[in-house]
Ligand binder design. Structure first.
Ligand code: G4P
Length: 283
């Protein structure tokens, strides 16, 4: 499958990111817990060197819980602070708050030595499109947050959200660009729905998905659709079509309709919680 990306957007996003990074102490990088490698761009490591780093493995509610642990360990090993999170829920926000304090301890100590007290940590959220950046900012900042310095006529430049006494967040997230030139990355982004469906062949995608599930999570399709997994992928898709009553006029399976159902149910977690990548093996 071929995917497209526009170099013009990429250059602009990168330039903006370079400017924004100068203003902050901490980078909060969101990755998708189902594809922790394909949903990040390692360029952020270069752009953000010398900054404190927090990786939020978002959509952890849709990912394999065991693999969430494996990936957390992987990122910690790289020297990042890590929290698994569902950005739609406030439940994990306290842990994030505590982890931000830890990640920025060095900076706070340095400030203290210089006699600077209580200067808030300045942070920015970054990540590829659809990873949950806006959702996270809304949940984390909540309704109570006040935008700082946004009085008309006073402010120039970037806006900050004062989260609490310790943290200020840049109000617009930084957009990272996925590594589309790698076809496996493209495929994984398509699986989770982060590529516009108009440019995808859903049927082909669903067959890839069936192959993945049969190999890595045997029994999951049988549990959801009651189909026999010893069949090959096209046969399995046909079985889904029959079971879900996706049939043409002559009673033959409507593969297109079945594919759309399968892909949709996978993305929304109805088939189960899955992680598509393992450290060192894919991405
Ligand atoms: P972005 O700013 O990085 O582009 O992403 P955004 O916050 O718009 O989130 C993209 C989609 O992902 C949204 O769904 C959002 O609800 C969903 N989402 C964000 N975080 C999580 C999470 O931790 N778990 C799950 N399961 N979903 C999450 P949407 O389909 O665009 O809208 P809706 O379904 O919420 O209406």
């Amino acid at each position: 499958m071929q995917f497209q990306w526009y170099p013009g957007h990429m250059t602009k996003a990168k330039r903006q990111m370079q400017e924004d990074i100068k203003l902050i102490d901490l980078i909060i990088e969101l990755v998708d817990a189902r594809i922790p490698l394909s949903s990040r761009n390692p360029d952020i490591d270069m752009l953000g060197k010398n900054k404190a780093r927090l990786v939020l493995m978002n959509k952890a509610d849709l990912a394999d819980p065991k693999k969430n642990e494996v990936w957390s360990a992987y990122f910690k090993e790289k020297g990042y602070f890590v929290v698994c999170v569902d950005a739609r829920s406030r439940a994990g926000m306290k842990e994030i708050q505590n982890t931000i304090a830890k990640a920025c301890r060095e900076k706070t100590e340095r400030d203290k030595r210089r006699g600077i007290l209580n200067r808030p940590v300045r942070a920015m959220v970054v990540g590829i499109p659809n990873v949950g950046k806006s959702t996270f900012i809304n949940t984390y900042a909540g309704k109570a947050c006040a935008k700082t310095g946004n009085k008309p006529g006073v402010t120039k430049g970037r806006q900050w959200i004062r989260l609490n006494r310790q943290v200020e967040l840049l109000d617009t997230p930084g957009i990272l660009w996925p590594k589309f030139e790698d076809q496996e990355v493209g495929l994984h982004l398509a699986f989770i729905g982060s590529i516009r469906d108009e440019i995808l062949n859903t049927q082909e995608l669903s067959l890839e998905l069936i192959r993945f599930l049969m190999q890595e999570y045997p029994g999951s399709l049988a549990a959801r659709y009651g189909i026999a997994e010893e069949e090959d992928a096209p046969q399995a898709l046909g079985a889904v079509a029959r079971i879900r009553n996706c049939l043409g006029r002559g009673g033959e399976p409507d593969y297109g309709k079945a594919a759309a159902i399968l892909v949709d149910e996978f993305r929304s977690g109805k088939i189960g919680r899955f992680t598509l990548e393992v450290p060192g093996r894919s991405g």
